[in-house]
Design a protein around this ligand. Structure first.
Ligand code: ADP
Length: 511
């Protein structure tokens, strides 16, 4: 074991790269975040520039080191986390010839529906990835059917994390969890799934080599090391995807431990010691190590809902925050705090971005239900925050069917900056919620994988003793009863409105 004291978790998120410098015990020394743009060349397309992400990732690390003022030789390693489901076409000169198409991209909705209606169930049972436009499988099907030029010319198909590893270490490798999220990786054999590859017309030579999350990459060029402000022999550990790493970083590892993450999107997840899928295709199951899988359900509508509310209803608060150096989210949260739990009977279906679990319906749409003349802006904000949590609760019910009742609930992600939102979570679930001090759980999970890979810690599970925890949120039984009554209505609304959602979605597509 070295005498060095620090470890970095690098988290390539949906909208920004975050680098967090931790002490060995999980205390945050410094963190730095660099945002990157998201492009929408067509309404349902969601793309990013791989080079912009690379620059942001490098700047996130160098900025963190600068902020911390520590000696770079005191750093043990960098562990990497990244968002799932991105897809980049690379030519044989190892240059990207397509943008990075993100999980949120909806261009392959028709192809996903077609796969679902034909071979979808068989492929899902092998790969654990629900058939949906989020997955590279559906994206490749779209590329194949539309003769997308980069697809026709591609030597490799990779994710954003593979792109970074290639740029920094000159090798095409992919950790099991990122591979799992492609939709063409077999979670039982840990090999690329031939049937799925044949379906989308690619070969395994066009993919990276799947490797365990403890795989070490070393040998930054001196130019690159200088940009990072890191020693050039510093080990980078490939790590995993942001979901399992958030579970790790929050301590949700044992059966019954459930992690709820709400960043831009959101998810509810449990680790499991065997691959579990079911024919209803409501939950995902991804391989993490050959002994550990992660199952759960993602929502498209996490923090992005609050972001939307802020942009649409928060003009005054944005200005106020700008003038006073405050935060518009905090000002809007204060407004919502003055409304009673349940928003006086106002419900909000948060499906602004279509929805993944539990409905897997890209045509689902958002709606306020129950508006009266007494409802004002604060009610709309509060109902929005509550709607996101009802939606996670409904995904939790689905997960419970396969994984059993949650015993311990942990929460992290950008939403955990709001104690009101955390209390709503505790009240709707009717359970205690444990919250770590740092909401950058994926970064700590990635850093811990790094320490584990370098034999600096005894086991993955030992992280439980090194997670500085914040306050625990306890449910208020009166509020829980109010929410339970409202949830009964919420649960019925999606199925009642489904036919209207698809009609509206098709009208919207033709606008
Ligand atoms: P990402 O998923 O891109 O990594 P984060 O985990 O940083 O994102 O979460 C971003 C979300 O966190 C925002 O969309 C917003 O809804 C929420 N958020 C950010 N600041 C606050 C705040 N002060 N109070 C409540 N929610 C917040």
């Amino acid at each position: 074991m070295t005498t060095k004291n620090y470890v970095i978790g690098l988290d390539i998120g949906t909208t920004s790269a975050k680098a967090v410098l931790f002490e060995r015990n999980g205390l945050v020394v410094a963190e730095n975040e660099n945002a990157y743009p998201v492009y929408h060349p067509n309404p349902s397309w969601v793309e990013q520039d791989p080079y912009e992400i690379e620059q942001a990732a490098i700047a996130a690390i160098s900025g963190t080191i600068e902020k911390s003022g520590i000696n770079k030789n005191e750093i043990i390693c960098v562990g990497i986390s990244s968002a799932m489901h991105s897809l980049i076409c690379m030519n044989n000169q190892h240059e990207p010839i397509s943008p990075s198409i993100t999980w949120a991209d909806g261009r392959s909705a028709t192809q996903a529906n077609h796969i679902k209606e034909t071979v979808g169930e068989r492929i899902y049972l092998k790969t654990g990835t629900p058939i949906h436009p989020m997955s590279p499988l559906s994206k490749l099907m779209w590329m194949k059917e539309t003769n997308y030029q980069p697809y026709l010319k591609a030597a490799k198909f990779i994710s954003i994390k593979e792109f970074l590893i290639y740029r920094w270490f000159d090798q095409y490798i992919v950790d099991y969890a990122i591979a799992s999220a492609s939709g063409f990786f077999n979670i039982h054999t840990f090999e690329w799934e031939e049937e799925a590859l044949a379906l989308v017309g690619i070969t395994k030579e066009q993919l990276s080599e799947p490797v365990p999350p403890t795989t070490i990459c070393q040998g930054l060029t001196s130019t690159l090391a200088e940009k990072f402000q890191l020693p050039d022999d510093l080990p980078f550990v490939i790590g995993s995807s942001d979901g399992p790493l958030a579970n790790m970083g929050i301590g949700a590892i044992e059966p019954g431990d459930v992690a709820i993450t709400i960043g831009t999107s959101g998810a509810i997840r449990q680790m499991t010691s065997k691959p579990q899928t079911d024919s209803l295709q409501e939950v995902f199951c991804y391989g993490v190590t050959k002994e550990l899988w992660i199952m759960g359900g993602p929502t498209n509508n996490g923090g992005i809902v609050f972001q939307w509310l802020k942009n649409v209803l928060g003009e005054v608060e944005i200005q106020q925050a700008f003038d006073s150096g405050g935060n518009a989210y905090d000002l809007l949260t204060t407004l919502a705090q003055n409304v009673n739990p349940g928003s006086e009977g106002l419900l909000f279906l948060p499906f602004l971005n279509g929805e993944r679990a539990p409905y897997w319906d890209a045509d689902a749409r958002g709606s306020y239900i129950g508006l009266t003349l007494t409802h004002q802006k604060p009610h709309m904000i509060r109902a929005g925050l509550e709607g996101v949590i009802y939606s996670l609760f409904s995904i939790g019910e689905t997960l419970e069917r396969l994984a059993g009742k949650p015993v311990n609930l942990f929460a992290s992600g950008g939403f955990a900056r709001s104690s009101l939102w955390l209390q709503i979570l505790s009240d709707i679930f009717g359970q205690e919620i444990q919250v770590p001090v740092s909401h950058q759980s994926s970064a700590w999970g990635a850093a811990w994988f790094g320490l584990y890979a370098l034999n600096e810690v005894p086991s993955l599970a030992a992280i439980k003793d090194s997670i500085p925890m914040n306050q625990t949120y306890k449910p208020n039984s009166v509020n829980h009863n109010t929410y339970s009554e409202l949830y009964k209505v919420y649960r019925e609304l999606y199925s009642s409105l489904k036919p209207h959602f698809s009609t509206l979605a098709s009208i919207q597509r033709n606008v």
